[in-house]
Design a protein. Structure first.
Length: 452
């Protein structure tokens, strides 16, 4: 069945505290006096000119008229990948489910929709996504365009769920791409970095809904991680390790297990020397766990356990910076130990680090292209002068492993280095020329890192 359902999602959800101010300026074209900034507030965008499209036709008309523009998603990137000096296009009002196809196990949504909007709908229809990021607040199009990921040795990043795209090219033409029919073009377009066009619809693979339990263990000795890294990462459906790099230990191990006969995680009081927590925890120990998804093994829907943070609450710390590096999984422990050596330099500026595993994929600009990865993430205090001096130090340590930086977070990796670690970059540039010959969707980030 391929029924067009057009579901308008609950206004209650949109009125949640975190979402409403964002929605106010996104739909009402910004509150007066407010500078347009990214979510963390570390980046003031270079223009305040923001147009909201309500339909494919409005998006096409706008694209045709502009000489340069960028699509703005939910503004959760920490660098200037989304920035524009001329105009922004927001698809925030385009947030409906277009079609749920139970037979094909796909859902097609308008590109302004966030995971926080889609997931409860999918669950109510008996379906689930394979994975989610640490927060549900982000737009599906923005997340997939930047290779956003969750965790799990067998779980590809969020973009690997994409099986189809509808996109408006620089000329205002509508292109429809599918994994089945469009081979290389499709694999090049999914993690598109906002460089190819305006994604207006996305089709995602879905699966039957499932329940999960989340357990947290405290104080995993680094020696145990060294000896059992693979085992620990593979111990459940999704595993996250949080560390401040102090005291030769991982502060918290978050284990997200599917409630399935014969496969459930056995939550023994000790896990490789770490102790089972007896209260809900925030990854940053000083912050309230109220913002976090339920732990202590309480069963819950997949979308209320896979993210660390709850919809309607501020994820992470808020005033922060983030960086993250993808390292081929076979070098995981070497890379982790290389960063651990930098603990005295890193710690004064760090809120918390997170280590996760991601499966390999075949999407050209994905940091996991043809390599299973481990990611080493840093949530920094919001002190860019200090962080910008530290990043090259970390990047030098990780360079022997050909570490790839997260496209949506802060990095100082040189364009030359990026070229050497993205083998499909020439094809990606070629593809972008087909859809956008005059660089209508280019900005400083793309000109520096991709097209220089
Ligand atoms: C608190 C917090 C936690 C995070 N946790 C994770 C995590 O667990 N894992 C992870 O990998 N990342 C994480 N991130 C990073 C971030 O969520 C992603 O990189 C993602 O891009 C954010 O999506 P967005 O819509 O907010 O992007 P934006 O910053 O709005 O845009 C990102 C890019 O996507 C493009 N884009 C957006 N919509 C479209 C469209 N319709 N058509 C074409 N291009 C488009 C933009 O032009 C831009 O180039 C986190 C960020 C924050 C703030």
């Amino acid at each position: 069945m391929n029924k067009r359902t057009f579901i308008k999602l609950s206004s209650v959800m949109l009125a949640a505290p975190v979402v409403s101010p964002l929605f106010a300026w996104m739909s009402g074209d910004k509150m007066s006096g407010d500078k347009l900034k990214n979510w963390a507030g570390n980046l003031e965008y270079s223009t305040e000119s923001l147009y909201s499209a309500n339909s494919l036709e409005q998006a096409r008309d706008f694209v045709k008229k502009q000489s340069r523009l960028k699509v703005l998603g939910t503004r959760h990137c920490f660098n200037n990948i989304a920035d524009s000096t001329q105009d922004f296009l927001s698809l925030k009002p385009m947030d409906k489910v277009v079609a749920l196809n139970p037979e094909a196990r796909t859902v097609t949504v308008e590109a302004g929709m966030s995971y926080g909007q889609l997931c409860p709908y999918l669950d109510s229809k008996g379906f689930a996504l394979h994975n989610l990021a640490s927060l549900p607040h982000i737009s599906i199009a923005g997340a997939c365009s930047t290779g956003t990921h969750g965790s799990g040795v067998k779980n590809g990043n969020l973009a690997t769920a994409v099986s189809g795209l509808e996109m408006v090219t620089a000329a205002g033409d509508v292109v429809v791409l599918s994994r089945e029919k469009d081979g290389g073009t499709f694999r090049g377009a999914v993690v598109g970095l906002g460089a190819l066009g305006v994604i207006t619809k996305i089709t995602l693979n879905i699966q039957p809904t499932f329940m999960m339990r989340q357990y947290v263990y405290e104080s995993l000795p680094l020696s145990q991680l060294k000896d059992h890294f693979e085992e620990i990462e593979a111990s459940a459906y999704s595993v996250s390790l949080f560390t401040d790099w102090q005291k030769q230990r991982v502060n918290e191990v978050w284990i997200k297990s599917r409630v399935e006969a014969g496969k459930a995680f056995d939550a023994t009081p000790e896990f490789f020397g770490a102790k089972l927590a007896t209260r809900n925890l925030h990854p940053i120990a000083d912050l309230s766990a109220e913002n976090c998804t339920e732990q202590l093994g309480v069963p819950g829907a997949w979308y209320e356990r896979l993210p660390h943070f709850r919809m309607g609450f501020t994820p992470s710390a808020g005033k922060e910076l983030q960086s993250e590096y993808f390292v081929p999984r076979q070098h995981a422990m070497e890379a982790i130990l290389a960063v651990e050596q930098l603990r005295d330099q890193v710690s004064p500026h760090l809120m918390i680090s997170e280590i996760r595993a991601i499966a390999a994929d075949d999407l050209w600009m994905s940091p996991c292209y043809k390599q299973p990865c481990v990611t080493i993430h840093f949530t920094w205090k919001q002190d860019w002068p200090a962080v910008s001096k530290l990043l090259p130090v970390i990047e030098t340590e990780l360079a022997p492993f050909k570490a790839r930086p997260h496209w949506g977070k802060l990095f100082t990796t040189s364009p030359a280095q990026l070229k050497s670690i993205y083998e499909k970059l020439p094809e990606f540039i070629q593809l972008s020329k087909e859809y956008d010959p005059r660089g209508k969707f280019h900005n400083e980030f793309l000109n520096t890192n991709i097209f220089s």
